[in-house]
Design a protein around this ligand. Structure first.
Ligand SMILES: NC(=O)c1ccc[n+]([C@@H]2O[C@H](COP(=O)([O-])OP(=O)(O)OC[C@H]3O[C@@H](n4cnc5c(N)ncnc54)[C@H](O)[C@@H]3O)[C@@H](O)[C@H]2O)c1
Length: 395
């Protein structure tokens, strides 16, 4: 063992034992204290969440990548990253992955998530990934593969849904799964939003990367990119794949070529459970909601991202109220990511759950586009990738 000490890193195990790990898996190999991170995607969320990672004192950013050079350099300077490790262009993230670091935080537009997350796992990095995980069925399957691969390679892979990190959501869902609502009958999930703007389709491929939200092939549309928060809670509660969906909606407030501004979808799950889902964006004055409630034979569970969680009925749960889940949920996920790495917890439970809710959002989108019914089985057979025109973009 002693002869290997120079070439391998040893850390203390949970029971005080000394455990040998591959250098790529061990955190903070140089500073011996902090997990070394690479940030992929230096936009709004990337910069915001990087501060949260830094605030913990447990992480250090050593590289960053963005398609746009000025963004990579700007974020790099804020995070005190050596400019030589601020990468740009479409392949910037690959250069970042070649660098010696422990984990990546992926905050790029959704189109790139499957490719970047899978490459990160192949490169031996732990992955912290923004929702949505993907915009199409093959992308979701790629993330499922990446998650399994991560587990088999002793890597952590965490998808950042804030609700899944909240103690009241977790306890309420645990109680529903235990049977406290009795037999589930029907649910509602809603996402009315004042934000979103009324953007049209951006012209030119670089402009499309800047205003990617309005581009179906990059964002996956409103139902996948935004409303997924509500559908993720719904599928978490039901804990089954939907069997089929019938949808409608449209682009009443937006120019031709942009994403849709409203969706109305009915989902059917096994055991005759029905879910009624609606979402609408860019309505002045509307109170933002990410709500999901389910009715069972013995009670009702109410959840709202912006206010709290409660179960009323024969077995009530007073749950709790909160106002800053956007921040506290991300902080809890950042903490869980650290804990999972340190404690070598590689079950990566958020991956399969996120694949299910992402596919559910895609099922609703496809049903709405069709103005009719799409079954889960048919959706899963679809191997069509949404194609993005990358012509003229910097490699
Ligand atoms: N509550 C939440 O969980 C939450 C909130 C906001 C955003 N998000 C997610 O975070 C991700 C980023 O959103 P945002 O609001 O920061 O968008 P943004 O446009 O502000 O930032 C995205 C950044 O990625 C860069 N980029 C584009 N193509 C790239 C590529 N190929 N490689 C690397 N970088 C590339 C862009 O230049 C931009 O700087 C999205 O998936 C979004 O859904 C999640």
């Amino acid at each position: 063992m002693a002869t290997k000490m120079n070439r391998r890193t040893f850390i203390s195990g949970a029971a005080g034992t000394i455990i040998a790990l591959k250098p790529s898996v061990v955190f903070g190999t140089r500073s011996n204290s902090k997990i070394e991170l690479g940030l992929i995607g230096c936009g709004g969320r990337g910069n915001w969440i990087a501060s949260l990672f830094n605030d913990t004192g447990k992480y250090r950013f050593v590289a960053c990548a963005d398609y746009f050079e000025d963004r990579a350099k700007g974020t790099g300077s804020k995070l005190q990253i050596d400019t030589r490790h601020c990468y740009s262009g479409l392949s910037g993230y690959r250069k970042l992955l070649n660098k010696k670091l422990d984990a990546v935080v992926i905050e790029s537009p959704p189109y790139f998530h499957p490719e970047q997350a899978l490459a990160a796992v192949v490169a031996g990095k732990h992955v912290f990934l923004a929702k949505p995980i993907a915009i199409d069925v093959p992308g979701c399957k790629d993330i499922a593969t990446a998650g399994k691969k991560a587990t088999s390679q002793n890597l952590v892979f965490l998808v950042d849904f804030q609700t899944r990190a909240n103690e009241f959501y977790r306890e309420a869902v645990r109680r529903v799964h235990k049977g406290d609502l009795g037999r589930l009958v029907m649910g509602e999930a809603h996402y009315p939003w004042s934000g979103g703007g009324r953007g049209g389709p951006p012209a030119g491929n670089e402009e499309r990367l800047r205003n990617w939200y309005y581009v179906l092939e990059i964002s996956g549309d409103f139902i996948v990119e935004q409303s997924i928060h509500a559908l993720d809670v719904a599928t978490w509660i039901v804990d089954q794949d939907p069997m089929r969906a019938v949808g409608s909606g449209g682009r009443t407030l937006r120019p031709q070529g942009s994403i849709w501004d409203h969706f109305v979808v009915t989902y059917w799950f096994p055991d005759d459970i029905v879910l009624s889902f609606t979402s609408i964006q860019s309505i002045p004055g509307v109170r933002d909601e990410i709500t999901c409630r389910f009715f069972g034979s013995e009670g009702v569970v109410n959840t709202d991202y912006f206010s709290g969680v409660i179960i009323r009925g024969r077995k009530s749960y007073k749950g709790g109220r909160f106002e800053q889940l956007y921040t506290t949920g991300a902080q809890a996920n950042i903490e869980a990511f650290y804990k999972n790495i340190i404690q070598r917890q590689y079950t990566n439970d958020t991956v399969a759950a996120s694949v299910r809710s992402n596919l559910t959002a895609i099922l609703g989108r496809e049903a709405a586009y069709k103005g009719g019914e799409v079954t889960w089985k048919r959706l899963l057979r679809s191997d069509a990738r949404l194609k993005l025109d990358l012509k003229g973009l910097k490699s």
